[in-house]
Design a protein around this ligand. Sequence first.
Ligand SMILES: [Zn+2]
Length: 613
Amino acid sequence: MKKVLLFSLSASLLFMGCGSSKSVSATSTTQSNTTTNSSASKSTYWQQHVDYKMEIDMDVNNYQYQGKQTLVYTNNSPDVLNKVFYHLFFNAFQPGSQMDARLQSIADPDGRMVTEVNGKKQSRISTLKPNEIGYINVTSLKQNGGIVKHTTAGTVLEVTLNKAIQPGESVTFDMVFDAQVPVQIRRSGRNNAEGVALSMTQWYPKLSEYDFEGWHAYPYIGREFHGVWGDFDLKLTIDKDYVVGGTGYLQPNPVVNGNKKTLHFKAPNVHDFTWAADPDYIHDTMQVPNGPMLNFYYKKDLPAENLEGWKKLQPKTVEMMQYFSENIGKYPYEQYSVIQGGDGGMEYAMSTLITGKRKFGSLMGVTAHELAHTWFQFLLATNEAKHEWMDEGFTSYISDQAMDVIANKNADNPSAGAYRGYDYLAKSGKEKPQSTHADRYETNMAYGIAAYNKGEVFLSQLGYVIGEDNLKKTLKQYFIDWSFKHPTPNDFIRVAEKVSGLELEWYLTDWTMTTNTIDYGVKSINGNMVTLERIGEMPMPIDLEVTYTDGSTESLYIPLQMMRGEKPTTATTIADWAWAHPTYTFEAKKAVKSVEIDAKNLMADINKENNKK
Ligand SMILES: [Zn+2]
């Protein structure tokens, strides 16, 4: 999802990234935990498949549309399915919905979703009139031609099947529905703040994902993405003056009939489909050499400086596409669209919707972030409700890396802002483990920092733990092994383990499933003897800079014993630190004047004061 300005401290969220990496060849075959190769470890992996065909007739005057949808659903699971579920996201935009209730009860609601009435904050959803709400009303549903029973429970359609779907079986669902586009409250909707007519996200009945953890028929409260991979085929009938952009490839020769046209889009191997439309879009294109065509849709009535920004953005987006393709994996589709729309910036398949009245730096930074989500959500499709840090954090990390190069920032550590955000959260008393369901944080602040900042630090700090080159290789191998799938946190850390030859389960567990903190300190220096102490519960290996009394310096590396190995380093490696010991003493080769733990600030130590003596 979009990058948020959570509070002033994380203005740095706009541009973050992390330490740079050099390349060195892999040396990962010596360790004991490299016994399984990736194809063997994936042999039990399966995922469902669905192909969508939709015919939509949009009335741009009353914002209502009629839909016919045919799904061919293939059950690749080993289980017999008696039910299926669909998401009806637009039903969230109705007074009394769960999204409305959440807005009214959370301490720090999203400012875009509330309005002040008589000095009191009120949920904007609660104020919607019948012709302003969103809805998807399913009027008919058939399974292989036979009518099936279905119940709408808020944003979820519960379907009891006539005949169970056997493992390996494909069935066809035919649905008829009518729907209304809500006044824009969050992301989707009509007439956004900048006057874009239609931001069509989460707009169609979407089959819920069934995976190794069962059904994920999440109500729509905040997070959207965990979808079934498949091919989409959309025939969209709309007023002929409207310019439409979004997911997929527009087929040639639209059919014009009176004052309407029918556009035909095809999108192979995606898990979501989005579009936006406006009669006043300018449509520019730019080809990425050996890559996709880039499309830019923005309104001609933007102020001159913004129009100029949207032009300047285009060659920069080419650079971004090249950066991510080189550093993660090649962009696999034929097009990508940057579209003015929505209410901030939000990622979708082959596209982003982003508000257009931005200073150039913001336009570029948010585009980089949303484009990076193509990899960390739309190719490496993690469950956004459960592992929000894997898409927001990884995206923030790589887009900050990219912007450091493309916008010539050349920061010491492009992720420094993320470390500051995490530090604030860790000391706020409001932190929850990153394994918390995204809808279940008590505050948006705690969600946002855990997902974006702590998620970014997870990767940046992993570079400290396993070495920057191993981190770079890990990202590329992760893409090779898991693109077009649904990787889990464990899948990611196993890739890092295989690349580095190091045991890393401790890192995943402590960082993502607990709120344990890192605090190492220098306890004493007596002549040649140095004693360090571990105050926090979270283990870490230690990089130590030593200055001797004769003025010379040396870099030392203290491996963490539970990693069962060492990162590649030019530092002098000394004895392991076995975690349970609260102190660690070593004898240096000469008299020591001073030492500093983690001089490069790559470890998220919550008390830096004691790192130096
Ligand atoms: Zn994001």
